[in-house]
Design a protein around this ligand. Structure first.
Ligand SMILES: CC(C)(COP(=O)(O)OP(=O)(O)OC[C@H]1O[C@@H](n2cnc3c(N)ncnc32)[C@H](O)[C@@H]1OP(=O)(O)O)[C@@H](O)C(=O)NCCC(=O)NCCS
Length: 77
């Protein structure tokens, strides 16, 4: 499973995409991973856009699976 939290000062520069792609490449090529998954609040557009840039695909929508507390700085699980 992959997850990420970046410093807001560095949003919008492609760093998360580059870092996550490197982790996925390492997991598949070096660790022999068969499958990698991520969980994402569907209201968190930057997160699902990142996952789709990484060519990950949507496979399920888990209703009432997690509680999210909205704050001024983002959405915390
Ligand atoms: C999720 C999170 C890591 C995404 O950050 P991000 O800055 O959108 O992602 P990247 O660093 O990959 O940057 C990509 C964005 O920069 C833009 N960008 C600018 N220059 C770029 C470049 N040279 N290369 C790639 N993207 C670039 C992209 O177009 C993209 O913007 P868009 O989504 O509006 O199209 C960040 O929002 C975060 O840490 N959120 C808080 C924690 C969180 O919610 N975690 C997920 C829990 S499920």
């Amino acid at each position: 499973m992959i997850g990420y939290i970046f410093n807001p000062e560095f949003y919008g520069k492609g760093y998360a995409t580059e870092a996550c792609q490197a982790v996925l490449n390492y997991a598949f090529a070096e660790l022999g991973a068969h499958r990698i998954l991520a969980l994402c609040n569907p209201d968190n557009a930057p997160s699902w856009r990142l996952l789709e840039r990484l060519s990950m695909r949507r496979e399920g929508h888990f209703k009432k699976e997690a509680f999210f507390k909205k704050t001024k700085v983002g959405i915390l699980l």
